[in-house]
Write a protein that binds this ligand. Sequence first.
Ligand code: SF4
Ligand code: SF4
Length: 257
Amino acid sequence: MKKSNNTGANGEMTRMDVEHIFKFRCASNVPCFTDCCRDITIVLSPYDVLRLKNALNLQSDEFLDRHTIIIRREKLLIPMVVLKMNEDDKRCPFVTEEGCSVYADRPWPCRMYPLNMNDDGTFSLITDSSRCKGLEENDKNRISNWLIEQGVPMYDEMNHLFSEVTTPLKAQELDIDNPKIYQMTFMSLYNLDKFRDFVFKSTFIDRFELDDLTIEKLKRGDVELLKFAFDWLKFGIFGQKTFQVKESEKPKGDPIE
Ligand code: SF4
Ligand code: SF4
């Protein structure tokens, strides 16, 4: 097996910082073109789902039904949402002869490939040049620039907001097995069209202090709505003061139910 241009002499993983320059170029004339879009596990974040369902012009629940596998994890409130590969050839449903048909809205892991971000903020290669021939090319990429070219920062921003919900859950090892809370959490994160109905077609607006500008933004943009959903969960699960109940509505029971 050939060593990649970022693997140490003993084959250990090399950690690279954002200013590191790595050699890589992916194009339709590489012999492995689209090989990496097959038989892989791509975990989708709420923002990945939002981008993909809009790119495909699907409602959130249609997208979830057709294109994902939802894996419940014991004692964890948030399931794993995985992109479903084709049953027959195990290829990604979005790959074509010409490449990725959802390229502008491809998920975070596809943007990062062949890099991965480590917990300490460094980067490493998740493959090598025996499989990814793009790593044999001579194009030099500074990681910081390359991430911007791949459109990663917006995904990182949204994933950071998502982590403000997931990190405290992990830290507190909250054992929430109330099905209503699970359903509300799942809807808020992954079924944004249903969450929009929940906000605008229930008594929600009557119960919380929301100014007109915020309401208008929520009506217009999915990104604002997802950020709002993160805040809603922080309020509902952790009791953070991200929402204010209208005086006329106090006191009420558990807000998330
Ligand atoms: S394996 Fe590497 S070079 Fe080949 S198509 Fe995928 S990213 Fe491009
Ligand atoms: S979404 Fe696009 S880049 Fe990602 S695996 Fe599918 S075809 Fe490949």
